[in-house]
Design a protein around this ligand. Structure first.
Ligand SMILES: *[C@@H]1O[C@H](CO)[C@@H](O)[C@H](O)[C@H]1NC(C)=O
Ligand SMILES: *[C@@H]1O[C@H](CO)[C@@H](O)[C@H](O)[C@H]1NC(C)=O
Length: 130
């Protein structure tokens, strides 16, 4: 199916089920904030970078290092997946890859939007009422 905007509380439930909670010391609220500021919860989000790579899906996963899109020079496809898979409404594979990225970095610092908008902020509003 095509991508969709995933409602915030549904995202919270998915992240809790897929045990993103506590992962590399980050809470579900961090992941929800990250998704909000990377993609506005839109699984179809795709953005071309100046350096020729592109970012895909709700977590804006980069084609230089993590997925294959057939048009990024020197890409390494760390998650062993086609980038297009990050654009559908099943975010299980996105989460799996995001966990790998976070594990390698020991945190969410690879995501510019998280550093800028989420790190050290009050993130309770992202899980409130869910
Ligand atoms: C290309 O740009 C994106 C977005 O600015 C960045 O995430 C990525 O690390 C860059 N890749 C390289 C190889 O510089
Ligand atoms: C979502 O994708 C995963 C594999 O990435 C699969 O195991 C699961 O059944 C899919 N869920 C739905 C609802 O299609």
């Amino acid at each position: 199916r095509d991508g969709i905007i995933i409602p915030r509380c549904r995202l919270v439930r998915i992240f809790r089920q897929q045990s993103l909670e506590g992962f590399v010391g980050r809470k579900v609220a961090d992941w929800v904030c990250l998704a909000k500021h990377e993609s506005s919860y839109n699984t179809r989000a795709i953005n071309r970078n100046k350096n020729g790579s592109s970012d895909y899906g709700i977590f804006q996963i980069n084609s230089k290092y993590w997925c294959y899109d057939g048009r990024t020079p020197g890409a390494s496809n760390g998650c062993r997946i086609h980038c297009r898979k990050f654009l559908d409404d099943n975010i299980t594979d996105d989460i799996k890859c995001a966990k790998l990225i976070a594990r390698q970095a020991r945190g969410l610092t690879p995501w510019v939007a998280w550093r800028k908008h989420c790190r050290g902020k009050n993130l309770r509003p992202f899980v409130r009422g869910c």
